[in-house]
Design a protein around this ligand. Structure first.
Ligand SMILES: *[C@@H]1O[C@H](CO)[C@@H](O)[C@H](O)[C@H]1NC(C)=O
Ligand SMILES: *[C@@H]1O[C@H](CO)[C@@H](O)[C@H](O)[C@H]1NC(C)=O
Ligand SMILES: *[C@@H]1O[C@H](CO)[C@@H](O)[C@H](O)[C@H]1NC(C)=O
Ligand SMILES: *[C@@H]1O[C@H](CO)[C@@H](O)[C@H](O)[C@H]1NC(C)=O
Length: 511
C-alpha cells in the first residue's frame, strides 16, 4: 500500500469514527414526579430516616429511568426537590445533604462508592445511569464546610446548595450546578458567590443546566446560550403556575423558542400547590408536554430532538416600529397582571387592528375572532416596568388575553378556560431588548404546537385558525440591564407590598 493511500485510509476511518460517535438526533425524556414529602418537623430527623425517605423517591425515579431507557432515551431529567421534597429550614434539610465533589475528580460513584465519604444518593443515581446506559439528571443538596472566621461563611459553618447533578451513561459525574437565583423562602440554601456556567459535551450536542427561578435572569441562563453556545438546556424545576403569562409549559416553551435552544423541563407534580407542567421543547415547537391538575400521578414524556437545533435571529422591534398606530378612538384602562399595572384596550369587534403603549413599549395587534361573544372580553395590554413582587426584574410585555369576567378590572386575573377561537392573530411590539419569549396558550392551559411562528421582523403570528379557544398570546420581554434600576418608585414598591400583604399568606409563584 502506498503512503498516500494509507493516509487516505486513516483519514477515512477517522472520519467514520467521528461520524459514528456523533448523532444528528437524540431521544430526550423528562419525568414529572409526584414527590413523597417528609413530615414537617421542627428538628432534624436522623440521617437514616432522611435516606429512607430519599430512597422511596429514588425507587419511583428508578422506574422512570428504566422505562425511558427501554424506550431508547439518551437522557432523562428529573425535577428540582424530586428526591427530598420541599418545606425545609437550614437545619431540617441538613440530614438530606451530601458532599458533591467537583466533576473534575473523574468519579463513577457506582464503581467507587466510598471515595468521598458517605454518598449513597450519588451512588444510586450513578448506578441508575450506568446500569441503564442513560444520562441521568437529578436535583439534590450539596454541603460544603467553611471556616466561620471567614466573613462569607454562615454561622453554622457550612454552605448548603440547591444542586443539579448529571451522571453520564457510564455512571460518571459530569456536571454539578449550584442554583444561583434562589426563590424567596428558600432559606435552607445559599447561593454561590458567583454564577456557575456548567456545560458538558455529549455525542448528541452540548448541554447547559440551570434551575427554576434562574430562568428569569441573565446569569447563568442567557450566557449559557449566547456565550457557551449550548444546544440543549436541562431544567429541573419546582414551578407553581401563574396565569396568564407564567404557566410552566407556556413560559418554558417560550424560552426555548426565544433563545433558539432545546429545553428539557421536569416539574414536580403537586396539583394542590399548582405544580404541574413539564415538557420537551424544541425552538420551533414543543415536542411533548404534560399539564395535569386532576390526578396525583407522575408522568414520563419522551421525544426526539435535533442535537444541534438551528436558530435564526429575530429583530424584535423591526415590524412594530414600522406600524402606523391606528387612530386612538378606544378607551384605555389599567388593570393588574401578577402585581404589574398594565395599560389595556378592549377588543370591541370580531376583527380589527389595535395598538396600546406604556412607557417605551408600543404593542400592535391584528386579529380575527371566529365570533364576538357577548359573554367574553379580550384585551390587548402593554407593560414596560420593573416587577417588584417575589423577585425584582424589568419586563416589557405585549399581551392579548381573555379577561376573567366581562368586568374590565378582571383583565389579567388568572383564568384557565375560554370559548373564543381566533381565525388569525399577529402581535408585535417596539421592544428594547434581544430577549423576547413568544407565548400562545389555549383554553385548558394547552400549548399550540405548530400553530404559530415568529418572523425575522418580530411578529408573533398564527399559521392557521387556533385549534382551541385562546387564553393568551404574549411577547414576554426581559430588560436584564434595568433590573437594578434605582428609579423604581417607592410608592409602587410600597403599593405592591400592600397588595401582597392583603392578598394572601401563601407565595403566588414558587421556584
Ligand atoms: C446495577 O446493577 C448491579 C449489577 O447488576 C446491581 O447489583 C445493582 O443493584 C444495580 N443498581 C441499580 C441502581 O440499578
Ligand atoms: C479558621 O480560620 C482561622 C483564622 O484564619 C484559623 O486560625 C483556623 O485554624 C481556621 N480553622 C480551620 C478549622 O481551618
Ligand atoms: C431592527 O430594526 C429596526 C427598525 O427596522 C432598525 O432600526 C434596527 O437597526 C434593527 N436592529 C438590528 C440589531 O438590526
Ligand atoms: C388591519 O390592517 C391590515 C394591514 O394594515 C389591513 O389590511 C386590514 O384591513 C386592517 N383590518 C381592519 C379590520 O381594519
Amino acid at each position: 500500500m502506498s503512503t498516500s493511500c494509507w493516509l487516505a485510509c486513516v483519514a477515512f476511518s477517522v472520519f467514520c469514527v467521528l461520524k459514528a460517535s456523533s448523532l444528528d438526533t437524540f431521544v430526550a425524556a423528562v419525568y414529572e414526579h409526584a414527590v413523597i414529602l417528609p413530615a414537617v418537623t421542627l428538628s432534624p430527623v436522623s440521617h437514616s430516616k432522611a435516606l429512607a425517605l430519599m430512597n422511596q423517591n429514588l425507587d419511583i425515579l428508578e422506574g422512570a429511568v428504566i422505562s425511558a431507557a427501554k424506550q431508547g432515551a439518551h437522557i432523562i431529567v428529573t425535577p428540582e426537590d424530586g428526591i427530598y421534597g420541599i418545606r425545609f429550614t437550614r437545619d431540617t434539610i441538613y440530614p438530606y445533604l451530601e458532599d458533591i465533589p467537583d466533576p473534575q475528580v473523574n468519579w463513577i460513584p457506582c464503581d467507587n462508592p466510598d471515595r468521598f465519604g458517605s454518598t449513597p444518593v450519588q451512588e444510586r443515581l450513578s448506578c441508575l445511569a450506568k446500569n441503564n446506559s442513560i444520562y441521568v439528571v437529578a436535583n439534590m443538596g450539596d454541603k460544603k464546610p467553611c471556616n466561620t472566621s471567614d466573613a462569607q461563611c454562615p454561622p453554622d459553618g457550612r454552605f448548603q446548595y440547591n444542586t443539579d447533578v448529571v451522571f453520564d451513561s457510564q455512571g460518571k459525574l459530569v456536571a454539578r450546578y449550584h442554583k444561583q437565583n434562589l426563590f424567596m423562602g428558600e432559606e435552607q440554601f445559599n447561593a454561590p458567590m458567583e454564577p456557575e456556567f456548567v456545560t458538558f459535551n455529549t455525542p448528541f450536542g452540548k448541554f447547559g443546566i440551570f434551575t427554576c427561578f434562574d430562568i428569569l435572569f441573565h446569569d447563568p441562563a442567557v450566557t449559557l446560550v449566547t456565550e457557551f453556545q449550548v444546544d440543549t438546556i436541562l431544567f429541573p424545576t419546582a414551578w407553581m403556575d401563574v396565569l396568564p403569562h407564567l404557566a410552566a409549559t407556556e413560559f418554558h416553551s417560550a424560552w426555548a423558542m426565544g433563545m433558539g435552544v432545546n429545553f428539557l423541563a421536569a416539574n414536580l407534580h403537586s396539583p394542590s400547590r399548582r405544580m404541574t407542567g413539564s415538557g420537551i421543547y424544541a425552538p420551533d415547537s414543543p415536542r411533548a408536554f404534560h399539564y395535569d391538575r386532576k390526578t396525583n400521578e407522575g408522568k414520563l414524556l419522551l421525544a426526539r430532538l435535533d442535537s444541534h437545533p438551528r436558530h435564526s435571529a429575530v429583530n424584535w422591534t423591526s415590524h412594530a416600529s414600522s406600524v402606523e398606530a391606528p387612530p386612538k378612538d378606544n378607551q384605555e384602562f389599567q388593570s393588574i397582571v401578577f402585581f404589574d399595572e398594565f395599560t389595556f384596550v378592549e377588543l370591541m369587534e370580531v376583527t380589527g387592528n389595535y395598538s396600546v403603549c406604556q412607557n417605551d413599549l408600543c404593542c400592535h395587534l391584528s386579529y380575527r375572532m371566529s365570533e364576538k361573544r357577548a359573554d367574553e372580553v379580550y384585551a390587548l395590554g402593554a407593560f414596560d416596568g420593573l416587577h417588584t413582587v417575589e423577585g425584582q426584574y424589568h419586563l416589557q410585555i405585549c399581551i392579548l388575553l381573555k379577561c376573567k369576567t366581562t368586568h374590565l378590572r378582571t383583565c389579567g386575573s388568572s383564568v384557565d378556560t375560554a370559548s373564543t377561537r381566533f381565525e388569525m392573530f399577529s402581535l408585535s411590539g417596539t421592544f428594547g431588548t434581544l430577549y423576547v419569549f413568544p407565548e400562545v396558550l389555549l383554553s385548558g392551559v394547552k400549548l399550540a404546537p405548530g400553530e404559530f411562528q415568529v418572523s425575522s421582523d418580530g411578529r408573533l403570528f398564527s399559521l392557521k385558525p387556533t385549534s382551541g379557544p385562546v387564553l393568551t398570546v404574549c411577547l414576554f420581554g426581559r430588560l436584564y440591564e434595568k433590573d437594578c434600576a434605582s428609579n423604581a418608585s417607592p410608592y409602587l414598591i410600597a403599593h405592591s407590598l400592600i397588595i401582597v400583604l392583603i392578598a394572601a399568606p401563601v407565595l403566588h409563584y414558587l421556584c
